[in-house]
Design a protein around this ligand. Structure first.
Ligand SMILES: [Fe+2]
Length: 236
């Protein structure tokens, strides 16, 4: 089934090619019978200049990454569902990330200046007044994961990128389920964490990060899975 432009929603199975920087990524789409999930996919999301700024800032922040508790991750029965490292941009910049972080500024511009979320089918108009955001960066190495959970925001945006020229990890797919806390899922859409790919979906849908596989010899060198998350919502 041919994709409808760059904004995709519902009834599609997205299978991405492994990422190579700035090369277009092929998507194969197939119709599957399931509850519809609104989502948006953007390939080659950042241009070369923006990408370089994000990588440069990430290299700077990398030594300050801390273990999973930084992000106040989802829990179930008191058990933390996530294992990775990273940081909240506002924690690092003392609440001034929108002024001081090149990455935060770039993402705000890409998403809000261009009304990106108005491309959501059915819920696009509900995104017009989004006025609250929080951004974090996560880093997954060997066996890191995030089990099925949902987020407290209205829209979750995820951006995957590599800071090393050659990707060394496998796995780390995002599974977006067609269910919520109150609706049992019966199918999921798997997204490969392709370099320079952005995906957004309503935060109430269950989603999961499958374990990352990375050889021991590449551990601790930035060869794992980087993901920038932008949570958006309606503040008071
Ligand atoms: Fe999440």
């Amino acid at each position: 089934m041919a994709p409808r432009g760059v904004a995709q929603f519902g009834r599609a199975l997205a299978l991405g090619a492994s990422g190579r920087r700035f090369e277009s990524c092929l998507l194969d789409y197939a119709v599957i019978i399931m509850h519809e999930i609104p989502f948006i996919v953007k390939e080659d999301f950042l241009d070369e200049g923006e990408f370089s700024q994000v990588v440069e800032e990430t290299e700077t922040l990398l030594d300050s990454f801390i273990e999973v508790e930084f992000s106040r991750p989802a829990t179930k029965d008191g058990v933390i569902l996530k294992h990775s490292s990273g940081m909240m941009y506002d924690d690092y910049y003392n609440g001034l990330s929108k002024e001081l972080s090149p990455t935060v500024k770039i993402f705000h511009k890409k998403i809000f200046d261009n009304f990106l979320y108005s491309e959501f089918d059915q819920i696009g108009t509900l995104c017009h007044n989004l006025n609250w955001t929080s951004m974090m960066i996560s880093y997954y190495e060997n066996d890191d994961y995030y089990k099925p959970h949902f987020d407290a925001s209205f829209i979750t945006g995820l951006y995957w990128f590599d800071i090393r020229p050659q990707r060394k990890f496998a796995g780390g797919e995002l599974y977006l389920y067609n269910g919520t806390k109150f609706m049992q899922p019966d199918a999921a859409i798997p997204f490969q964490p392709v370099n320079n790919r952005f995906v957004a979906f309503p935060s109430c849908y269950l989603h999961e990060v499958k374990p990352i596989v990375l050889s021991e010899r590449f551990k601790g060198q930035g060869y794992g899975r980087f993901c920038i998350t932008m949570f958006c919502g309606h503040g008071s």
